[in-house]
Design a protein around this ligand. Structure first.
Ligand code: SAM
Length: 216
């Protein structure tokens, strides 16, 4: 994504009613029910990019609260623009690095986590930056409810194989897995395409997906 330096994006984000201001992020942990004004479940997407997936999910599921997390201001700006066109009360954004995720959600506060087309970080020495790595799974273990689940999609087979290998050592297991989502009738049910999914499936790349939890 070549959107990292759009002039003024930080200012727009600082003033946007859809984004939790950075100085208030630390105070969000344990307060998401209050922030949304209801007791609905909280689903989050980490690395949401321009927000197509989470905006569609929030529109289709008004009884669920969604939080989209994105590291780069200029990418988040695109998600804000979608909200300006179609405001949804059950969707909020955080501009942050997900490394700090346990600081913004309390223990067991999240019902579901989505990772979509996460950056591959191909060098071995950067493995711990990969969002489905065991280091991140340990963070998700804190914020996710006991029976909560995590769903991960990617067209990057090397990243997916890495992610599958990380599960057992981290204490997670897959309840569903496919190496060709778009030809898997069961797992395709209710599938909402992300921006990257549209692009890469359009190029003919098979999409891998797993659904994981800590239940044995
Ligand atoms: N999920 C979107 C999709 O499927 O179309 C975007 C995929 S894009 C390849 C990955 C996104 O994750 C980028 O926008 C990147 O900035 C964001 N990202 C990567 N690492 C992150 C982190 N540690 N914390 C927050 N966002 C991150």
């Amino acid at each position: 994504m070549r959107l990292r330096n759009i002039t003024g994006s930080r200012e727009v984000i600082a003033e946007s009613p859809y984004v939790i201001r950075e100085e208030l992020q630390a105070g969000c942990a344990g307060r998401w029910k209050e922030i949304f004004g209801n007791d609905n479940p909280v689903h989050i997407e980490i690395g949401m990019g321009k927000g197509k997936f989470i905006h569609t999910m929030a529109r289709e599921n008004p009884e669920i609260n969604y939080v989209g997390i994105e590291k780069y201001s200029s990418v988040l700006l695109r998600a804000i623009q979608k909200m300006e066109k179609e405001e949804l009360p059950n969707l909020k954004f955080l501009r942050m690095d997900a490394e700090g995720i346990t600081g913004v959600f309390a223990q067991g506060e999240v019902d579901r986590i989505y990772l979509n087309f996460s950056d591959p970080w191909p060098k071995d020495r950067h493995a711990k930056r990969r969002l489905p790595s065991r280091e991140f799974l340990a963070r998700y273990d804190v914020i996710l409810k006991k029976r909560g689940r995590l769903e991960f999609k990617t067209d990057n087979r090397a990243l997916f194989d890495f992610a599958v290998d990380e599960l057992e050592p981290a204490g997670w297991s897959a309840s569903a897995i496919t190496y060709d989502l778009h030809h898997d009738k069961d797992m395709m049910q209710g599938n909402v395409m992300t921006e990257y999914e549209e692009k890469f499936s359009g190029m003919g790349n098979p999409i891998c997906k797993y659904v994981i939890s800590r239940e044995k």
